[in-house]
Design a protein around this ligand. Sequence first.
Ligand code: ANZ
Ligand code: ZN
Length: 721
Amino acid sequence: MFPYPSGNLHMGHVRVYTISDAIARFRAMSGAKVFHPMGWDAFGLPAENAAILNNEDPAAWTYSNIAQMQAQLKGLGLSFCYDTFATCDESYYAQTQRVFSEMFNRGLAYQADGLVNWDPIDKTVLANEQVDAEGRSWRSGAIVEKRFLKQWYLKITDYAEDLLRGLDSVDWPNEVKIAQRKWIGKSEGHHVTFPLSSPLRELGTQDLSIFTTRIDTLKFVDFLAVSPDHEIAKSLGISLSSENSEPGKFTGIYASCGKKKIPVYVANYVIGEYGKGAIMGVPKFDERDAGFSKLMRIPSLEEGLIDVKIVAETNYKLRDWLISRQRYWGCPIPVVHCSQCGPVLVADGHLPVRLPTSITNGPLSQDVDWSQVSCPCCKSAKCVRESDTMDTFVDSSFYWHRYLDPQNSNAICDKSLQDKLLPVDLYVGGQEHAVLHLLYARFIHKVVTGDRQAEPFSKLLTQGMVLGKTRKTVASQRYLKPGEKSSEDIVEVYEKMSKSKFNGVAPGDLLHVHGADVLRLYVLFKAPPHLSLEWDENDIVGVKRFISRAWNIFQEAKNLPLIPKRLEDETSQTIKDMAIVFEKNYNLNTGVSNLMKLVNHLQKQQSEGKNCRRDVHALCKMLLPFAPFLSHEGASVLGISQQELVEWPTADALSEKSSASYVLQINGKTRGSFLVSHGQKVEDIALENLSERMKQQKIQHFKVKRIIQPETARIVNIVLE
Ligand code: ANZ
Ligand code: ZN
């Protein structure tokens, strides 16, 4: 996932890009043609805020940040193709506008009046995905307000079923799939239409439709209820007072079904934008209905069949994506408003609609000259440009297409390149984007490729957070600065790094003090990629020691002749184990520890006067994905050519006396380890080991139900009955 150019790398960037780099380097060394690009997600509010605060030009601010961060990325030895784009480049946002135009032409981009989320701090509307469960903005953290405004939407709901189905075809972490399924919120049920009795006929409404997932409870219905913004509530002028948190009111009307007269209420727990904005109340089966009927003293009706029409219906929680932003530093929506023709697209040949340069923040409409245009359709002179810019999540919803063809101005990407290279094989990034970027990206990918089944990212690797050590007072929960003393009791916990918690570390400083390889090895070794990583400066020494040991081994070996002897079993085993790490489980921490073990072994051999130069060459190559600077220096000491260095070493056949260590698990719990010699069957040795353990614990009766031997690790799990 490409970064936002805030100005400085943070530890999360170091982690995600190091993981990605190690894997890319390994794949290239193993013979794959790897494309590993980097660009910049460069529109967004911080640039505008900097403009307001320091009177800076958002473009200048952004591009200077990009230059600085790119230098830091290169300093980390990250093997990216950097020659791509920033989303604020004119050549890029011309394509963002082209994506919008294509959607407009296909009826997938539209304007609508509606109740929208308004962020009072950032002074812009937000999409539903950008408001968290507590009603706060994903960016500013402000409590979001509701406003009635005309805004632009993208019709993601049209793809709800495809977005659900596609999840079955991708190799993604289950949590992300679950989050997306939940957000899409498919619900199969029925809508039921109840005829209303007389008073409402005069208002032009004849019946009331509700949505239910429990049609089986129909005969127990006691009341119907509509949301406060339902047309029935509106036409009767009924509203609920929020001051004394009024939960409901009787409308005075009834639905008449045969002998039954069912009262209709306005209830605050009925959501206006879901289903039909109306429900049937079944206190006997539904808790909330029970609570409401008790509070409103709704009498229960006699159980019995009701004569209505019933139609099967599927509902989704997913809402269309609101993309209008009333901000400056974003991609202008390429539309002109004409009093005759309505909203009209700017012709493709006239893209991009450029940002006005007379202003640096706030809505584009402030520039009156920029705003006034003639209609692309009827040529009427008195038209205005659309002044909203697009949500920056639109910019990031197709960028992998542009990586393939960044200079192309005729199309988002050449079709033959898309066909040849997409989808992305491996996408690495944070799980926090599960229902933001990763959902939008899948939607736009389907639109841009014209294939509803297409998925942008075959495999997704979500990395955990980097946590910093925080000290806070127990009673007042105040965060202490490093070295700060307090008379209160203090606790030490690991929390997400943040300025306000004084627990952050700056990669720039670390890079300066320790060097890139130390930083890389540290983040790779400290935790497997998918788990959170607790940053502790004290652990750096271990990594440093490893580097100097490897370096000493290179120095020792360089004076010995390179003789064509067999590789040590330990070396061959490490080569094999690395394939498991890079191709199966991505546990790069195990990758580093494999190398640490090998270094120990080779050091021992050298101290016994053995010539292991061939093994040392293999070690030097295997270090390349993890510590490229050390590896390159080693290669020059050992006389390994650049071309040879980038070829992954091949293992020799293991000798008769070789053995490999396996972890033994019993019912999923780790109970120790055992060695399997060359030619032995892993399962047999595991069972022998189990019997021995049982004997020691004096357990005589046990029965093996299953033996599980995963491909992804040297583990044997024995399940007992
Ligand atoms: C009667 C009933 C009986 C219901 C019962 C549930 C249990 P999901 O799965 O979320 O789709 N419902 C329908 N529209 C609603 C709205 N706009 N606001 C609030 N609640 C609404 O849930 C569907 C169920 O949620 C529907 O089925 C309806 O209550 C309620 F024992 O109908 B049910
Ligand atoms: Zn016109």
